[in-house]
Design a protein around this ligand. Structure first.
Ligand code: SF4
Length: 333
């Protein structure tokens, strides 16, 4: 029997409409016809994550992976589609159930310093949310904060300090302790180790893996670094310009990536010990999501582009057990 997903996104899209400039609005008052532009940050994405699984979500900046992560924890409402928590649509839940789901999914950000209130002591940063949500009493706060700090490898005697008195790696741990303090089941880590030195990166990744073992956590691990994702993820999902283009178990993905964009990403990471015969690094910039190319979004950069690719968007389809890819090359096999 297949394990039930803890979190499932069904056909979610997120569009942001760019406000017209003052000049354009004045122009419209005088009879102009400027229309607001829409960014399709996420375009009809479905993703299910089972309990205890680590899914690595990879893509270049601007591909929509952070927006998808925010939808997964409820920080963004999708423009279309639905979010399901443990098999139930979040929209069908009562207000108290929704609050519980909101706490069960937490996000860890890349810039730990910017995400921590510089005027609060670490004790208050970690203790604020569990106290506000009634998970602990004021009398138990000190002990609880100490336990959270210990869990992430910080000395509880430093709880009275402010964020600027810690190193980058310690601040990342404070961000993790703050997320853990509300007893989540699902964490979205958005480039959570990208700003850290390589040795500190490894320590924080090992912390994430230890927490998964100890607390049974489930992760959506967002990164542009395939090397990191290969180390931590059970499954890899590749996004390009708002769409998922490939999804596969990690080992199978690195053994034989299918989508030309996935192959190009691997070609750009020389330290990855994978066979990259015939893999060509991707050239050019990712197109603007304000005006994505017609058909396959990747076609202007794809070395295998065919006439059909410029007209018809390939659908994400099964190419092997548990493996999905969206490329017209698969139509021929
Ligand atoms: Fe390249 Fe065409 Fe496949 Fe897109 S659908 S990745 S353009 S071969």
């Amino acid at each position: 029997m297949t394990a039930k997903p803890i979190i499932e996104l069904r056909g979610v899209s997120k569009h942001f409409t760019k406000r017209l400039s003052l000049t354009a609005r004045i122009g419209n008052l005088l009879g102009g016809r400027s229309m607001p532009q829409t960014v399709r940050a996420v375009d009809d994405v479905s993703l299910a994550i089972t309990k205890g699984e680590v899914v690595g979500l990879v893509g270049e900046s601007g591909c929509g992976k952070s927006t998808l992560g925010r939808i997964a924890v409820g920080l963004h409402a999708p423009t279309a589609g639905d979010r399901h928590w443990q098999g139930k649509s979040v929209l069908s839940l009562s207000p108290s159930e929704r609050r519980a789901v909101q706490l069960a999914g937490q996000m860890i950000f890349q810039d730990a310093y910017a995400s921590l209130n510089p005027r609060l002591r670490v004790a208050d940063i970690i203790g604020e949310a569990p106290l506000a949500h009634g998970l602990i009493t004021a009398a138990a706060e000190g002990e609880y904060v100490g336990a959270m700090m210990q869990r992430v490898g910080l000395d509880p005697s430093l709880a009275h300090r402010y964020p600027h008195q810690f190193s980058g790696g310690q601040r990342a741990r404070i961000g993790i302790a703050r997320a853990l303090a509300v007893r989540p089941e699902f964490l979205v880590c958005d480039e959570a180790v990208a700003a850290l030195d390589v040795s500190i990166q490894a320590q924080v990744i090992n912390l994430f893996l230890a927490l998964r073992g100890d607390l049974g956590l489930t992760y959506l691990f967002i990164s542009h670094d395939l090397g990191v994702v290969r180390h931590i993820a059970d499954r890899v999902v590749i996004m390009y310009l708002g769409r998922v283009v490939e999804a596969a178990p990690t080992e199978a993905f690195f053994a034989s990536p299918n989508h030309p964009y996935a192959k190009a990403l691997i070609a750009e990471v020389p330290r990855l010990d994978v066979r990259r015969k015939n893999f060509v690094a991707v050239t050019g910039e990712i197109p603007s999501p304000l005006a994505p190319p017609r058909g396959c979004h990747f076609h202007p950069r794809c070395p295998h582009v065919m006439p059909k690719c410029r007209i018809e968007a390939p659908s994400l389809r099964v190419i092997a057990p548990d493996r999905f890819s969206a490329c017209h090359l698969n139509d021929q096999t």
